[in-house]
Design a protein around this ligand. Structure first.
Ligand code: SF4
Length: 324
């Protein structure tokens, strides 16, 4: 039976920009009514183009970003209502790996000290116990313990991402949010890091939320995929449902850009226009300004989730019309 690790309900995140050339502050509607369950032990990918709100959603999940309203339930508690002490405990269980491993590691600290910091802050372990944990996690991500005395700049990009992953494991988390974990790396290194994440998931019984725009990474790594557009999840399903039988026109457009190993490239769907500003959300279906199948109803009304089967759902009037 599927057990939920996280239950996100009707989540909204918005923030104000600095004054632009108009002199007005704008409200950015980054996450707009997201409902999402994260299953224990799965790799759930959240996909969409840059600016769709996926990174904001990830930050909201660990309260690095404030939410306007909604709920994020973890072990029966709403993360958004947690007091300082409960939040500190939650953050031990929820770790994040960022896109740029160099920026996320303090260049003035030796790797051992970087990895020691969370253990010093959150535990009463002795120095020997701390060393054993650091050594275990460091070797688990494929690095030699003799390198613990080095500084971040003495490592390659791939090695730095391994260090960032080791740090995320140090407090034995329940889940890891990985925000574009391989997109800053050389293609030759990407596969190694992807394989490492998969291995760690199995060995530590972890849950991963993988934030990425790269559908090839998702195809290889994820169990389920949520497609995000302008702060909404427009389609969600298992990875095979999304890749073999996509229903939303936006999902189809994203997939049409993925290179096929067979060499049989499907026809590329080019979307018209740019992603609208999240400060001025379109009325009706938020995708209607770019959708090749836009109908009158799409410009006026918002589609709600339609269940295709118990794992696959889509927000689209066209699907509704074709399946009446
Ligand atoms: Fe396109 Fe209409 Fe479906 Fe939106 S609801 S994706 S505009 S067909």
């Amino acid at each position: 039976m599927v057990e939920n690790l996280l239950e996100i309900k009707d989540l909204y995140v918005e923030y104000k920009t600095d004054k632009g050339f108009t002199g007005e502050k704008q409200i950015i509607h980054a996450v707009n009514g997201v409902n999402l369950d994260v299953h224990k032990g799965e790799i759930l990918a959240i996909a969409g183009e840059s600016g769709c709100g996926k990174s904001t959603l990830a930050k909201a999940i660990i309260r690095l970003e404030n939410s306007k309203s909604g709920e994020i339930n973890f072990e029966g508690k709403n993360v958004l209502a947690m007091d300082k002490k409960t939040l500190k405990n939650y953050r031990k269980k929820a770790q994040m790996v960022f896109q740029n491993p160099y920026a996320s590691l303090n260049p003035k600290m030796k790797i051992f000290d970087i990895l020691k910091e969370p253990l010093k802050i959150n535990t009463n372990l002795s120095d020997i116990e701390i060393y054993e944990i650091i050594k275990e996690k460091f070797e688990k991500v494929g690095l030699d313990k003799d390198c613990l005395k080095l500084y971040p700049h003495e490592f390659s990009g791939g090695q730095r991402q391994r260090i960032a992953i080791a740090r995320s494991l140090i407090l034995n988390p329940e889940f890891i949010l990985a925000d574009e974990p391989v997109s800053a790396l050389d293609v030759s290194i990407q596969a190694q890091i992807i394989n490492l994440l998969r291995e760690l998931k199995n060995d530590y019984n972890l849950t991963f939320i993988l934030i990425t725009h790269d559908m090839s990474v998702i195809k290889y790594l994820a169990d389920r995929v949520a497609i995000m557009y302008l702060g909404e999840i427009v389609e969600i399903g298992t990875t095979s449902q999304i890749f073999i039988n996509p229903k939303h026109p936006y999902t189809k457009a994203l997939l049409s850009a993925v290179p096929q190993i067979s060499g049989k490239q499907q026809e590329r769907i080019t979307l018209r226009g740019e992603l609208p500003s999240p400060a001025n959300l379109p009325k009706g279906c938020k995708f209607h300004t770019r959708c090749p199948h836009c109908m009158d109803i799409c410009t006026q009304c918002q589609p709600s989730d339609i269940e295709i089967n118990d794992q696959h759902s889509v927000k689209c009037f066209l699907y509704m019309k074709l399946n009446k």
